[in-house]
Ligand binder design. Structure first.
Ligand SMILES: Nc1nc2c(ncn2[C@@H]2O[C@H](COP(=O)(O)OP(=O)(O)OP(=O)(O)O)[C@@H](O)[C@H]2O)c(=O)[nH]1
Ligand SMILES: [Mg+2]
Length: 301
């Protein structure tokens, strides 16, 4: 590769909660870097995937879904999403084609139009959508935002994803690669560990419990045999949530631990000994230190 062929740029995936942003990032990276659940507001901070496509390094940024924030945590999540877009060379507006033009999508499109930055429209979940529904949706959105291109994909089954990747590789600016080509992400293992646990909380608990939960890695210790011991604390907002997380005779927390340990063993590619501890801490979602622990800035400063 000659110096002149080299390309590199940041591409942010923006969209409403549950659009499939994290699914798309994982699909493109070929690894599970960002957690996914059927519930809205799963992702809480930016997750970077480093993709290599020919001479191009695509720095793909998954962002939290954009919605009307209430708590300090919510405001920090939405702020992180918009910062991701502002720092990027290009934004992909990812839209759940089945859900269509919701108020949330409309509000995001309006703000995206105001930024006057490069943007592509990506309609996701075409596997559960009929083609005729896509045309009016595309027309309405392209009227609101000056998109350079439109793609129709399924992040779940991979349809259209390769074409999108090729187009991204060709459009990122010429320049040297900013990250080591062998790296998959810049996420520290400690954060990855906390996220795999939080994913299981999102998968295995319901209603307000996942939203009342934050997860932090307390210690991460490599053992001489190559395995790793990870101690994780799950903070909940209320005593009732702690009881639900632990479950009858500890059944729920055991199941959360088992699934998270399996997922972590795969991403870290070694044996994981995972220890979970649940603590009640009301008001953590307004606490700057808890936000900082997951890499979010205080939105009110
Ligand atoms: N049928 C179908 N489902 C999809 C597709 N992409 C994602 N999903 C599902 O949509 C749900 C949400 O996916 P996520 O990737 O967590 O969505 P997100 O946009 O990252 O959501 P937040 O992090 O909450 O903003 C999950 O149940 C996914 O399995 C798709 O192409 N087709
Ligand atoms: Mg997500």
């Amino acid at each position: 590769m000659t110096q002149t062929d080299s390309r590199c740029g940041f591409v942010a995936i923006l969209g409403a909660p549950n659009a499939g942003k994290s699914t798309l990032l994982n699909r493109m990276a070929g690894a599970k870097l960002s957690i996914v659940s059927p519930k809205a507001q799963t992702t809480r901070f930016r997750v970077l995937a480093i993709l290599l496509r020919g001479p191009a390094q695509i720095l793909l940024v998954d962002t939290p879904g954009i919605f009307k924030p209430r708590r300090k945590l919510d405001r920090a999540m939405v702020a992180a999403a918009w910062t991701g877009a502002e720092d990027a060379d290009l934004s992909l507006l990812l839209v759940d084609s089945k859900a269509g033009l919701t108020d949330e999508v409309r509000a995001i499109a309006q703000r995206l139009a105001e930024t006057r930055r490069r943007a592509w429209l990506v309609l996701n979940k075409v596997d559960i959508c009929t083609r005729p529904a896509l045309l009016p949706l595309t027309a309405q959105l392209t009227e609101m935002v000056n998109f350079e291109h439109t793609y129709m994909i399924s992040a779940a089954n991979g349809d259209g994803v390769n074409d999108l990747l090729d187009a991204l590789a060709a459009t990122v600016p010429a320049g040297p690669h900013l990250y080591p080509d062998d790296d998959l992400t810049d996420l520290p293992d400690r954060l990855l560990a906390a996220e795999m646990v939080r994913e299981q909380v999102f998968m295995q608990t319901h209603e307000e419990v996942p939203y009342g939960t934050t997860v932090e890695t307390e210690s991460f210790t490599e053992r001489p045999d190559g395995s790793v011991r990870i101690d994780v604390t799950i903070y909940v907002a209320r005593a009732g949530q702690k009881a639900i997380l632990i479950g009858d005779g500890g059944a729920r927390i055991k199941s959360i631990g088992a699934k998270a340990r399996h997922a972590l063993g795969q991403v870290l590619d070694r044996t994981v000994h995972l220890f979970l501890n649940v603590k009640e801490r009301s008001g953590w979602d307004e606490e700057r230190a808890r936000l900082r622990a997951i890499g979010l800035d205080d939105p009110d400063r």
